[in-house]
Design a protein around this ligand. Structure first.
Ligand SMILES: *Cc1c(COP(=O)(O)O)cnc(C)c1O
Length: 425
């Protein structure tokens, strides 16, 4: 159905979005329950203890159906601990995507390791399973996969490659809490799931992170790395137990108990809130089905896979279907309609000077190549699909409530601009 008011707002026409969104986008949702939980911790003076955190861990592990969940002070800390637990150390390499938040891969540097960036798939924005195997060598210890903007990575081929080469898989679940791959919860498929639960994420706890695993040894290593207060009671492996009392990583990564207290409340409410987000985001993409140039970033409906809480949801863009209109100009026009559209996504890590030129630890050469004898720096042109993505995707509204009239107006902003793209060129 063609849009009625075709005069674009950016050219002086009426706006597509006229409704007040009210709290449609408000996140996190904080209620009296969260406040009471905080006050309980404060009044007991238990901010630095771990009992509330341990309750939270039990609930978090039960939700995922895993044996072990270890709360951290940040997702960054959990990812670093995950890498070290997987054996990443001096001279080693990890493989990961360049299109992600830096903490997915950058902790490799402080372990004396380095990073080989693999391509992403243009339709999922997740690591391309077909670009992993050729990068594996005897130094490769881990593959970090990121369920990008909620989209679950294609875990079956990734796990096959990892098992064949005896390399560990770390799932960065920071964008995809509660997401599913072929029916299975993301974070439980690889050797370790590590994630942020900072308050902007879909599961908003406060500053915090989680490491989950089925593997006792990997769990104990993560305890040894950054949780000295537990080393006396939780380390049983003979390679770790003799060193109890001090943290191997020289880090103190325990979660603040105010975060744990809020987290327990948020987790109890998460399934219902996530289901409403899923319903809302799916409605949004259903409305935009068939609109030229606009492509949904979600797995096929009958696949058993979904984007969970849809953190930082994105859409895909085909400018050829819109006569070459740039995603920047497209976004400008959508925003003029009162809509929400942010061109691009995370900055590309493989092109950042910190990855290629910075000598962080005084090796006398860039840290990227300081601990290895091969030059794996990746300049412009090295990852063509990844490098095309800033022009081929955009951030979309993240609906927290199923309010059809509001979602329809925001979708109309996109439809209107796409159907009148010829007036913008
Ligand atoms: C937010 C985020 C992290 C880092 O988590 P913090 O809790 O902010 O340290 C790691 N990976 C991804 C993909 C993220 O989005």
């Amino acid at each position: 159905m063609p849009t009625k008011s075709s005069c674009l707002a950016i050219l002086g026409g009426p706006k597509a979005v006229t409704a007040d969104p009210d709290d449609t986008f408000t996140w996190p949702i904080i209620t009296q329950e969260d406040e009471d939980a905080c006050l309980g911790v404060l009044r007991a003076g238990k901010m630095s203890d771990i009992e509330v955190t341990q309750e939270f861990e039990k609930e978090f592990a039960a939700w995922h159906g895993v044996e072990y969940a270890l709360a951290h002070s940040s997702g960054t800390g959990a990812l670093e601990a995950a890498m070290w637990a997987c054996g990443v150390g001096a001279g080693d390499e990890i493989i990961g995507p360049s299109l992600t938040y830096w903490a997915s891969v950058l902790p490799a540097f402080c372990l004396g390791a380095t990073i080989d960036f693999a391509e992403v798939e243009a339709h999922t924005l997740c690591i391309d399973p077909n670009d992993i195997e050729r990068r594996i060598n005897e130094r490769t210890k881990a593959i970090v996969v990121v369920h990008y903007c909620g989209y679950p990575c294609d875990m079956d081929p990734i796990m096959q490659i990892a098992e064949k080469h005896r390399v560990k898989v770390i799932e960065d679940v920071s964008h995809a809490h509660g997401g599913r791959y072929k029916g299975r919860l993301v974070g439980t498929i690889g050797h370790i799931g590590a994630m942020s639960v900072m308050s902007g994420k879909a599961l908003p706890v406060g500053e915090g992170g989680f490491l989950i695993t089925h593997d006792r040894f990997l769990y104990e290593k993560a305890v040894a790395w950054g949780h000295y207060e537990r080393t006396g009671t939780e380390l049983h492996d003979p390679s770790l137990a003799p060193f109890a009392g001090l943290p191997w990583g020289a880090h103190k990564y325990r979660m603040h108990q105010l975060s744990s207290a809020v987290g327990r409340v948020q987790l109890r409410r998460y399934q219902a809130r996530m289901d409403e987000i899923l319903k809302s985001m799916n409605y949004w993409w259903d409305l935009l089905e068939g609109v030229p140039g606009i492509i949904a970033h979600r797995p096929p409906k009958d696949s058993g896979s979904h984007n969970g809480g849809w953190y930082a949801p994105h859409g895909l863009y085909d400018k050829d279907a819109l006569g070459g209109l740039s995603v920047h100009r497209f976004a400008e026009a959508v925003n003029a309609e009162g809509g929400i559209c942010h061109p691009g996504a995370n900055m590309l890590l493989h092109l950042h000077p910190l990855l290629n030129d910075a000598d962080i630890y005084g090796h006398g050469k860039p840290t990227r190549i300081a601990n290895t004898d091969r030059d794996l720096r990746q300049g412009p042109g090295s990852l063509p699909v990844t490098e095309s993505m800033p022009e081929r995707c955009y951030g979309i509204p993240w609906f927290k409530h199923y309010r059809p009239e509001i979602i329809e107006q925001y979708a109309l902003a996109y439809r209107k601009v796409a159907e009148n793209a010829d007036r913008l060129r």
